[in-house]
Design a protein around this ligand. Structure first.
Ligand code: DAH
Length: 366
């Protein structure tokens, strides 16, 4: 018992003197570890008679408790001291300037495409896509432009040397119209889609870039006529330009993939040197501007896409997205769209946090 008493006093002193957590752990193992002296004392209880055990057990248990408590208390002290020391060495200099905020912005072309998707979604259209590296058959043949067709020459096509799976050469799509064919073949009818995307033509000046953007529209259903086309485009343009007096004029035209084909003009006037859409082009001070090509989908195209033209009719249109952005947001040089100039983007770009919504106003400038 006196042994235990002196062992205990020595252990408590050593625990109090432990200078770090490693030393403290060594003291714990010496006393309470499997081979520690307190554990050895506890083991002796098993060999004692019940009377002897009753007599000695409380003191041994109390010693074990005292040592365990002392270890826990010293551990808390050492940990607190360690934290203090760390806080003293780590400093946070609040006078440092804040890091520069990232300055990305949404390109006006992306913005306009989002606006288009928002407006047409409200009219029951979904967004369809197709490859930019396209097969001659989808880009031309299935759109009623066979190999010898003169309209092909107008497209200034970039060809690849590779032979296309469906004949002819692979090419960079010259318009978004092949998405019409792909979607009709994949999804059948009825159908309401827009297909925005990049298109390519070997052409370059102030108003033409070798890559530009179009949005294709296609409606396939029963009993569709030109009136549906006019209403759809008018409703879209009113929402897009947030103006009620948008006036359209349909002019007979020719595209191989539509019959009849119409060119759609929109009335405008010049305000402060810029074209502002609105009013009839025949009104005083106004004029007509050609905006897009469209028409009733040619029976041959519906057939090429595997549908029965006696059952399904439709209309389609193709519209330049870059031009639409220029008209709405007032840029005058198309080439600047693709220069990647940070100042231009900072000026004409949009906040990524503001998705266009019909309720919020698709034209809201951030
Ligand atoms: N694909 C034509 C072009 O790039 C535009 C076009 C005209 C698309 C009439 C159409 C359409 O869908 O019906 O010049």
């Amino acid at each position: 018992m006196t042994d235990m008493q002196s062992n205990k006093e020595a252990a408590l002193a050593a625990i109090a003197a432990a200078s770090d957590l490693d030393v403290l752990e060594a003291r714990r193992v010496e006393a309470l570890g499997k081979k520690g002296w307190v554990s050895a004392l506890l083991k002796t209880l098993g060999q004692m008679s019940p009377e002897e055990r009753n007599e000695k057990a409380p003191a041994i248990q109390a010693t074990r408790g005292e040592i365990a408590d002392a270890i826990a208390a010293r551990k808390a002290e050492l940990e607190a001291a360690e934290l203090e020391a760390r806080l003293a060495t780590e400093t946070l200099d609040l006078t440092l300037p804040a890091p520069e905020t990232p300055r990305g912005s949404v390109h006006p072309v992306s913005q306009v495409m989002d606006e288009l998707a928002e407006i047409f979604a409200d009219m029951g259209f979904s967004v369809a896509t197709g490859p930019e590296v396209e097969d001659d058959w989808y880009n031309f043949t299935a759109l009623n432009m066979p190999e010898s067709h003169p309209a092909r020459a107008m497209h200034d096509t970039f060809y690849f040397p590779d032979t296309a799976p469906k004949g002819g050469k692979m090419l960079l799509r010259t318009h978004t119209s092949p998405v019409q064919i792909r979607t009709m073949m994949a999804e059948g009818a009825p159908l309401r889609i827009i297909a925005p995307g990049r298109v390519y033509r070997s052409d370059s000046d102030a108003t033409h870039t070798p890559m530009f953007h179009q949005v294709e529209g296609l409606v396939i259903d029963k009993g569709i006529h030109l009136g549906h086309l006019k209403w759809t485009l008018e409703t879209f343009l009113k929402a897009f330009f947030e103006k009620d007096d948008i006036v359209l004029r349909l002019r007979p035209s020719y595209f191989p993939f539509t019959e009849p084909s119409v060119e759609v003009d929109v009335g405008f006037e010049i305000v402060d040197g810029k074209r502002v859409l609105g009013g009839s082009g025949d009104a005083p001070g106004h004029a007509w501007m050609e905006l897009l090509g469209s028409g009733m989908v040619n029976r041959r195209v519906i057939e090429f896409a595997g549908l029965d033209p006696d059952e399904w009719q439709g209309f389609a249109w193709g519209l330049g997205v870059d031009r639409l952005a220029m008209l709405k947001y007032g840029m005058d040089d198309l080439r600047a769209f693709f220069d990647g100039d940070a100042r231009w983007l900072a000026h004409y770009g949009f906040s990524g946090h503001e998705q266009p919504t019909l309720s919020g106003g698709v034209g809201a400038r951030s």
